[in-house]
Design a protein around this ligand. Sequence first.
Ligand code: DQA
Length: 146
Amino acid sequence: MPLPILVVNGPNLNMLGAREPSIYGKISLPEIEERLQLKAKALGVEVECFQSNEEGVLVTRLQEAVSNASGVIINAGAYTHTSVAILDALSLLTQPIIEVHLSNIYRRESFRHKSYVSMIARGIICGFGADGYVMALEAMKGLQTA
Ligand code: DQA
């Protein structure tokens, strides 16, 4: 049984739908996760979704991914721009890492232009809203079958 692709969402992403919909869209995180499960089925891969608002909890889940995930898709939310701890946890992984953001962080405030996750990610998809997660899953499948 191949290991699942882990989809990690960081702080405040549990509030999607209600949170600044003009920036992040109206779709909720459970709806995004449902779309991912449907896409996973179509692609013939397993997806496991995880969200936390806490940096240490995210770090622990990423550490576990070393032995129980075949790849990681991550939207670290605001921790993208601040967390060396998440960068260090991602650095433990030899599996592909794809960074996702709903918004185009490079069109926004300058503090969002720095991404620690990008320093380790294989690629980044941003600015396509919830579709970005589905694109990332397709890209991950492509990397795994290449
Ligand atoms: C975000 C962009 C971050 O700057 C922000 O802090 C988020 C969401 C995005 O998906 O566009 O929480 O990662």
